[in-house]
Every structure is written in structure tokens, then in C-alpha cells.
Design a protein around this ligand. Structure first.
Ligand code: ZN
Length: 125
């Protein structure tokens, strides 16, 4: 088993990193709201508005991905305190420590993760 204190630190670092990305994206999204590309009479803004909406949609999807990862980190911390951290939630096997070092908040072993991703792709997600 890996050292819980080290794991906690890893999770904290990961959370801080995600929060950083999230706040920069949120600020960018708010800038768009404060400065609506409106005024159609100005002309020539149509393409800009379109690409800004695209950027915004992309940012929002990244933000929701980050929120999901932050939720995984909360979840991992709860599992750390109740002693189930480091085991796969699908099959119950111990997750490879190298995998945990790279993705400390992961909930599944590599086999189950790949299986889930294949399933998502099959569903066209
Ligand atoms: Zn598994």
C-alpha cells in the first residue's frame, strides 16, 4: 500500500491544479458574458460571435470535466479516510500503484477503466 500522507498530498496538488484551470476558464467565460458580442449593426462580428460561442461551449465542457475530476478527488479523500482507497470500485482489486501515482483520484483499475471507456465510445458519448 502507498503512504496515505503522500497520497493526500498528491490529491491536494491535483485539486489545486484543477482549481487553477477552472478559475481561469470561469473568468474567461464571465468575460464573454460581461462583454456580449451583441450590436449586430456593427457588422463583421458574426464570425467572431460564432467562434466565441464555440470557445465558450468548449470551455464549459472542460469545466464540467474538471468538476467531475474534483468530485473524484473528494471521493478519493473519503475513501482514503475509510480505508478503501486504492482498490477498484468495479472489481475490488488493488489498483496498480504506478497508476495511482499518475491519477491519484482514479476509481477503477486500468482494465475496468478501459472497459468503461470502450462502453462510452460504443454508446457514442
Ligand atoms: Zn477493476
Amino acid at each position: 500500500m502507498s503512504d496515505p500522507n503522500r497520497t493526500e498530498k498528491l490529491l491536494e496538488q491535483e485539486r489545486a491544479r484543477l482549481n487553477d484551470i477552472r478559475s481561469s476558464l470561469t473568468e474567461a467565460a464571465e468575460d464573454v458574458e460581461r462583454d456580449p458580442t451583441g450590436d449586430p449593426s456593427a457588422g463583421g462580428h458574426v464570425a467572431d460571435a460564432g467562434s466565441e460561442m464555440f470557445d465558450r461551449a468548449r470551455d464549459l465542457s472542460i469545466i464540467s470535466e474538471i468538476d467531475a475530476q474534483l468530485a473524484d478527488i473528494d471521493h478519493a479523500e473519503a475513501r482514503l479516510s475509510n480505508g478503501t482507497y486504492g482498490t477498484c470500485e468495479a472489481c475490488g482489486k488493488t489498483i496498480d500503484s504506478e497508476r495511482l501515482a499518475v491519477r491519484p483520484a482514479t476509481r477503477f483499475c486500468i482494465e475496468d477503466q478501459l472497459g468503461l471507456e470502450r462502453e462510452m465510445q460504443a454508446r457514442g458519448a
